[in-house]
Design a protein around this ligand. Structure first.
Ligand code: MRU
Length: 349
């Protein structure tokens, strides 16, 4: 069976429950907004692009059975639902990007009745979904040009078919590169505390028959010093107009290490992961999660019960540490700020 991260058929929203991977592969149906919120919060569904797609469908699920007739009442409920979903995960901009995009579409059609507005919401969510699949392929096509047949690539967190509705961002490049150059080597950081690298990246690469070497997060420097890593490719949750990039905690460490060892450090992400309303890294809201996640490993306690822990889920890599950003609209080279501005002049978002 070919696994998938999300499906929407006959108005039923099904996701692969990523909280259970790799021990259990189970698909669950999201039937209401509370289940959607919890799925986001507990990372049953995760990865910036997939969060955007999921949010669109969840919004539709949240209003599809509404019995109201007035468009104004409908809009009020819709706005409340948008706010509720938006607050589930603050860092990945794709979440508010998708919700805002659907809201804009509704506002443009306020002369229509409620049933037509529901249909419009569904259609827009489906368009976002379709686009997400295509943009993964475009990121792969752009990124594969940077790969050499003997590369040893280190990646962080999970950026593949589990994190998008296509083949992924950073991992889609690795999938394409592997078809072309079967001798490339792939290393995956375990990605503490929730182990997206160990649990998810290793699982999905093995589903695709690609050998992957799992390392603990604190091993990257030593591997680089030994010349075992030739490229680092990671994903993105939010990129500011100057190129500051929020991604899974630990990404910044890799960027600093890569610079010291003169290894190219690439970020891969779609246009929907850019937030041009923000300038600097400190403007990006960073999700802080339950400290309990740091005090446990695979569900088992690894620290004294009373010890305090700190659990920011993302960090920010400054533009000067990023060699280039690989997007669905091509590669953004240095200087990132200037070239991001140039790219967006020609792009309709
Ligand atoms: O907390 P997560 O698992 O949602 O974090 C995911 C990441 O940080 C990914 O690297 C990012 O969303 C890019 S996914 C293509």
């Amino acid at each position: 069976m070919k696994h998938f991260s999300l499906s929407f058929k006959k108005e039923r929203l099904i996701i692969l429950d990523q909280e259970k991977l790799p021990q259990k592969v189970c698909y669950i149906e999201i039937k209401n907004i509370n289940q959607a919120f919890l799925a986001l919060k507990r990372l049953k569904v995760r990865g910036a692009p997939l969060i955007g797609v999921f949010a669109g469908y969840s919004l539709f699920i949240s209003i599809k059975n509404l019995k109201v007739k007035s468009t104004q009442t409908f809009l009020k409920i819709l706005d409340k639902n948008i706010e509720y979903l938006r607050n589930s995960r603050p860092t990945a901009v794709n979440l508010s990007w998708a919700l805002e995009r659907i809201r804009r579409k509704v506002l443009m059609n306020l002369d229509k009745d409620v049933e037509s507005l529901k249909e419009i919401i569904k259609k827009e969510a489906q368009t976002i979904h379709k686009e997400d699949i295509q943009l993964c392929e475009r990121i792969a096509q752009a990124g594969v040009k940077l790969i050499k047949p003997t590369d040893s690539i280190l990646t962080h967190c999970n950026t593949g078919f589990l994190a998008t509705s296509g083949e992924g961002t950073a991992l889609s490049i690795i999938y394409k590169a592997y078809k072309k150059y079967p001798n490339i080597k792939v290393y995956a950081d375990e990605t503490r505390p929730l182990l997206q690298g160990a649990r998810l990246t290793c699982w999905e690469l093995s589903c695709r028959g690609i050998e992957v070497i799992l390392i603990c997060d604190n091993m990257a420097g030593s591997l680089m010093a030994k010349g075992k890593i030739t490229k680092v490719i990671v994903g993105a949750d939010r990129i500011t107009k100057k190129g500051f990039t929020a991604n899974k905690i630990g990404t910044y460490n890799l960027a600093v290490l890569a610079r010291y060892h003169k290894i190219p450090f690439y970020v891969a992400g779609p246009i929907s992961s850019f937030d041009l309303s923000l300038d600097k890294g400190e403007d990006i809201p960073i999700e802080e999660r339950n400290p309990q996640e740091v005090k446990t490993f695979g569900g088992k306690s690894v620290a004294p019960e009373k010890v305090k822990a700190y659990n920011p889920a993302f960090d920010v890599t400054p533009p000067e540490l990023i060699t280039a950003i690989i997007t669905d609209k091509g590669i953004i080279a240095q200087p990132l700020g200037k070239n991001i501005e140039k790219l967006f002049k020609d792009v309709k978002t």
